[in-house]
Design a protein around this ligand. Structure first.
Ligand SMILES: Nc1ncnc2c1ncn2[C@@H]1O[C@H](COP(=O)(O)OP(=O)(O)O)[C@@H](O)[C@H]1O
Ligand SMILES: [Mg+2]
Length: 428
């Protein structure tokens, strides 16, 4: 087992080296290694003995493939290899001895896998991909490894309420301030602003994932994701507006699976239409943040989303965040909003156009651009709530609202002033 996920090689070592006995295996290996993004110059002929000699005088690679075919005593030779191989290297062996006891003993000696000859290029690729995925996992003795993965979806009741601002800031705080390896998944495939707001190029990562969900694995995300800071990686797209999304949503599910293995936290910036088209997308999240404004339209959609979440993401904690809150000129008071949605608003983020503009100009997350602003303070509170989310269980504050929530919306309208009075009221 090795260091937590990092792009490229771990600790400056070569990502891969191979020592194989025959030309046929070498010929098969080269294209597979290239496909994995490794240099074919690291595919050596020579077998286990050669590997031991080479590694006794040079740094060990992250992944080592050794051929045991010419070894008279594979087990003892593997133990000799262990003496020269630095800790952390994932060793995969190939050989022609089909003996279950040897296999078991080799695995006990710390081998990651043993591939029996003859094998196909696909089998070789699979074994190497598994080694890579193993390498990408957090270390067992890593203090972070004990913390369960936290996956959070951020959804806006309407466009423009600040969903992306909150999602990006949350991801920033988790990674930068809380030291969690974090993936930010911007699922607004055509119009996403995750990359733009962090001054990054979105790349084609998300579009590629949607087009080829079967290719999504540890290596794919390592290549497709863009680094925003040491611990924050982003997957997004700026797909052509001539191309509709053509997917059954498999990619979204697969991506979340991979993120769970490779990161400590996932933050999903989720356009609300996704709930309708791909309801399973929230099936496994630990927390859902509904971002809203204190308006009539947002109240209606907040009620509908809370209701929807109960049947489609009952495992998720739900937090309601009112954003861009102004003390004056509120369309609806906090109290009336809370009565209508039949629960408390968890966090009220004030309207802070100065910090928002500053963040946009600098290409930074709002919490990064205005560290000491009140708005940032509130998003830090939200981060604490999200980190406190445990998997499973409804938030007690939501309990018992299922039957009446939709009915409540019509009652709620009575909180509003009469139409005439409303027309006279100053607009926000
Ligand atoms: N608390 C806030 N105060 C002032 N402006 C904000 C705040 N939150 C977000 N904004 C601004 O509102 C606009 C829309 O935000 P964005 O996060 O893109 O919304 P959404 O993703 O919901 O469409 C952006 O210009 C953003 O800077
Ligand atoms: Mg957005």
């Amino acid at each position: 087992m090795n260091a937590p996920w990092k792009p490229g090689s771990v600790g400056g070592r070569d990502p891969f080296a191979a020592f194989v006995c025959d030309d046929e295996t070498l010929e098969m290996l080269r294209p597979v290694a290239e496909e994995m993004g490794w240099s074919d110059s690291k595919c050596n002929k020579g077998g286990l003995r050669n590997a031991i000699q080479t590694l006794s005088v040079s740094a060990s690679p992250n992944i080592l493939l050794v051929d045991l075919s010419e070894s008279g005593d594979p087990l003892s030779d593997i133990n000799s290899l262990a003496e020269v191989c630095e800790p952390g290297t994932v060793v995969v062996a190939i050989g022609q001895v089909n003996d279950v006891r040897l296999y078991r003993d080799l695995m006990v000696s710390g081998l990651q896998d043993y591939l029996l000859k003859p094998f196909s290029p696909e089998q070789l690729r699979d074994v190497l991909s598994q080694a890579q995925a193993f390498l990408n996992q957090p270390k067992i003795d890593d203090p972070q490894a004990e913390k369960p993965h936290i996956s959070t979806a951020v959804i806006g009741t309407r466009g423009g309420v600040g969903t992306s601002t909150i999602a990006t800031s949350l991801a920033w705080l988790l990674s930068h301030d809380r030291d969690r390896l974090t993936a930010l998944l911007d699922l607004d495939v055509h119009f996403g602003t995750g990359a733009l707001s962090l001054d990054l190029e979105p790349g084609r990562g998300l579009t590629d994932a949607i087009d080829n969900p079967s290719r999504i694995d540890g290596l794919f995300i390592e290549r497709a994701m863009i680094k925003a800071n040491d611990k924050l990686s982003l997957l997004s797209a700026e797909a052509s507006i001539n191309s509709p999304i053509l997917t059954d949503g498999t990619a979204f599910f697969q991506l979340q699976e991979e993120f769970r293995a490779a990161f400590d936290c996932t933050v999903i910036d989720l356009p609300r239409d996704m709930l309708i088209n791909y309801p399973h997308v929230l099936g496994d999240v630990n927390a859902t943040v509904i971002v809203t404004e204190l308006t009539l339209a947002s109240a209606r959609d907040c009620i509908r989303m809370l209701f929807w979440l109960k049947s489609h993401a009952a495992q998720s904690k739900v937090y309601v965040v009112a954003n861009k809150v102004q003390t004056a000129n509120l369309e609806i008071s906090r109290q009336d909003f809370e009565s209508s949605i039949e629960r408390k608003i968890d966090i009220m983020v004030p309207y802070d156009p100065r910090t928002a503009a500053q963040a946009a100009k600098l290409g930074q997350a709002l919490v990064d651009a205005g560290k000491s602003s009140k708005a940032s303070g509130k998003i830090i509170e939200l981060t604490n709530l999200v980190l406190g989310s445990v998997s499973g269980g409804l938030d007690p504050r939501d309990a018992g609202t299922k039957k009446t929530l939709m009915d409540k919306f019509s009652d709620f309208k009575s909180f509003l002033p009469s139409k005439k009075a409303n027309e006279d009221a100053p607009k926000v």
